[in-house]
Design a protein around this ligand. Structure first.
Ligand code: NAD
Length: 338
């Protein structure tokens, strides 16, 4: 059977890089797309791309480009005719959305709109795209379920991700484009993002600099290990969203639709107190952190906790323990930076 072509946007990013490796391993033809912007260290992004290049796999192509550039994006679809698209390119990060909101409007709204248009025109069989646990915003009902209301975002980042879900639904309804939105919960692991807690804390602890502990340590995160995330995404590649034949328009549940549209939480269903997370990191590094307790930042939420019943009914996946995940992460960090 001829292998399918998958376009992975955000391929130089943390999750995109791991996904491309796994898809090549599974013999897909993979087109990686990324603008390699300087939101964080571009050397790390280039190293990820170089790591994929080292495989010398003929099924791999990398295209540097921006989702906002519709003409260029369109030309990629004309040339490579991807049957499957996984959209991971976005301006990520809750905190940065307070400083540079326009970056979120451009990449996450304009860019995502361009991608939807290309998927419609070239009749893509399966569009999977990154949403985020941050869509649950100020909700205080735990764990967060895909069928909860998500109408109270507390950052523009979250609002753009919720908007992506709405835009996707319109395309699923009008054009029958199968779309699957994944609400990722604090993904961590090797080759991770320098703007996220595991990287920030590890760097500071090793350099003996104080770490800022927000909300005086009263925070919980549903940490999800990268390999678990990738195994779920790979399963979903073969499972394009289908209409829910039992969908009741009088009792409309948000996670599915009469259209080929699905939303899944991708989490661990195990919220970890921030202080426990720091202790696990300290144990693995063998160094005590210098701690500076500070108030909660604007746009942040107190707790994330994923209800994983729906995704577990579709995909069988393992939940890597925090100890094991942190061990792999720290091993990579030391190898990469020292
Ligand atoms: N890592 C997490 O814990 C997490 C949690 C929730 C949601 N997400 C979402 O998952 C996706 C992947 O996250 P990640 O952690 O790999 O982030 P990342 O920042 O490492 O990767 C995103 C990549 O997209 C690229 N990019 C950004 N804007 C672009 C544009 N306009 N055109 C082309 N490329 C562009 C960036 O250069 C980057 O390499 C993002 O959509 C993010 O919002 C991630």
């Amino acid at each position: 059977m001829k292998s399918k072509t998958i376009l992975v946007t955000g391929a130089a990013g943390f999750i995109g890089f791991h996904l491309c490796l796994q898809l090549l391993n599974r013999n897909f033809k993979v087109i990686g797309f990324d603008n390699i912007n300087d939101y964080y260290d571009t050397e790390l992004k280039n190293s990820r791309i170089n790591k994929i290049k080292e495989l010398k796999n003929n099924n791999w192509r990398f295209k540097k480009g921006d989702l906002q550039d519709y003409e260029y994006l369109n030309s990629i679809f004309v040339t490579y005719k991807p049957q499957i698209v996984v959209n991971l390119a976005a301006q990520a990060g809750v905190r940065y959305s307070l400083q540079n909101p326009i970056a979120y409007i451009n990449s996450n709204l304009v860019g995502f709109g361009n991608l939807l248009e290309c998927c419609r025109i070239y009749e893509v069989e399966n569009l999977i795209y990154a949403s985020s646990s941050s869509v649950y915003g100020g909700n205080g009902k735990y764990p967060f379920s895909e069928n909860d209301s998500v109408d109270h975002p507390v950052s523009l980042y979250a609002a753009t991700k919720k908007s992506n879900e709405l835009m996707a639904h319109a395309y699923s309804h009008i054009y029958k484009l199968p779309t699957t939105g994944l609400r990722f919960f604090t993904v961590y692991g090797a080759w991770g993002r320098p703007d996220m807690a595991p990287m920030i804390f590890t760097k500071s602890i090793l350099e003996q600099n104080p770490i800022k502990i927000f909300n005086y340590g009263e925070m919980y995160r549903d940490f999800t290990y990268i390999d678990d995330v990738i195994s779920i995404v790979c399963h979903l590649i073969d499972l394009p969203a289908e209409p829910n034949i039992n969908f009741d328009k009088k009792l409309p549940e948000p996670s599915s639709s009469w259209a080929p549209y699905r939303i899944y939480n991708i989490g661990n269903n195990n919220p970890i107190p921030l202080m426990q997370f720091i202790e696990t990191l300290e144990d693995e590094l063998g160094i005590k952190a210098k701690k500076e307790f500070v108030e909660m930042q604007k746009g942040d939420v107190f707790k994330t906790a994923a209800d994983t019943k729906i995704i577990k009914s579709v995909v069988n996946y393992s939940n890597t323990s925090l100890q094991e995940g942190i061990h792999h992460f720290v091993t990579w960090y030391k190898n990469f930076y020292f």
